[in-house]
Design a protein around this ligand. Structure first.
Ligand code: R5P
Length: 300
């Protein structure tokens, strides 16, 4: 197997170090800073010639900046003779704008994947990437794409904390979350899982509906992303109206924008766990192991 070089982007360097440790390599030395006019400067000060380079870059909070930084790192690695350049994007931004909802809009996920394609990035590894209207990233990204999941680890952690057991019903708050509910349920041998339906009326305005048989049952909710918290809050009201008891919530990517956590807590939703794709105060599980497997899968 050719040598692997882990290049830490500036968005989530600790995760890059965890991955490098699992692979038994030292992370590359990088210099990343901004010029006085805000443009990014990057320099890889390690030998990448003839090696498989993996740029570790989550894309939360400042997605545009991290995307540009990744493209600059990819070009630096390529120019320095890398055998291949892959992007490990634990949180892949723009995945939710995967359709032209109104005439004149960009299908952002396709536009971003197009940037990776023309930048010579031949591998892309994501974690539980948002897949709704575009189910196969291979339709927009021309290289090898691997999506790994932290849902099993999140669910096992929740079980270890007494938040779910074999009688719990796993619920996804919207139609596309059925995939996460299924993964979560199967990872701990739970038979009953399902999903509600959601209609979005604005960035922070959703309506959740559905009719699951949860009366008198303990419920654990899973989703890929919690952003404003609106989806989880609306779904929790429906669960409670339906006679279910929400024991906790897990998401792969905890964005928790502005006062989302406060709003969730205010609704009594205090048992929330997430992974380290976006480090935050609810992070309990690391994506490093799953991502390391993805990296080994790319180079094999
Ligand atoms: C989109 O459908 C995703 O799967 C999440 O449900 C959504 O991003 C959550 O957003 P928010 O927390 O703002 O409702």
């Amino acid at each position: 197997m050719s040598e692997i070089v882990i290049v830490p982007g500036s968005s989530n360097a600790p995760l890059a170090f965890l991955i490098a440790k699992r692979l038994g390599v030292n992370p590359a030395v990088v210099e990343i800073r901004k010029f006085p006019d805000s443009e990014k400067y990057v320099r890889i000060d390690s030998d990448v010639n003839g090696k498989n380079v993996f740029i570790i870059q989550s894309m939360h909070f400042r997605p545009d900046e991290y995307i540009i930084e990744s493209l600059l790192l990819a070009s630096a690695a390529r120019d320095a003779g890398a055998k291949s350049v892959s992007l490990v994007a634990p949180y892949f931004a723009y995945a939710r704008q995967d359709e032209r909802f109104k005439p004149g809009e960009s299908i952002s996920v396709a536009a971003i994947a197009g940037l990776l394609n023309v930048s010579g990035i031949s591998g892309l590894i994501t974690v539980d990437v948002h897949r709704h209207r575009i189910l196969d990233f291979g339709s927009v990204f021309s290289g090898k794409w691997i999506d790994v999941s932290v849902m099993p680890d999140l669910t096992k952690y929740a079980a270890s904390q007494g938040l779910l057991d074999s009688e719990t019903v796993i619920v996804g708050p919207d139609g596309e979350a059925i995939q996460w509910a299924k993964l979560a349920a199967e990872s701990v041998g739970i038979k009953e899982y399902g999903a509600l339906q959601k209609k979005r009326y604005g960035d922070e305005n959703v309506k959740v509906s559905g009719n699951l048989d949860i009366r008198g049952r303990n419920v654990f909710m899973v989703d890929d992303i919690i952003s404003t918290g609106g989806t989880i809050i609306e779904a929790s009201k429906l669960i409670s109206d339906g006679g279910g008891k929400l024991k906790g919530v897990a998401c792969a990517h905890g964005l928790f924008v502005s006062d989302a956590l406060y709003k969730l807590y205010r609704e009594g939703i205090t048992e929330i766990i997430s992974s380290d794709t976006i480090p935050n105060q609810t992070t309990r599980v690391s994506s490093a192991e799953a991502l390391t497997k993805g990296i080994l899968n790319i180079v094999k």
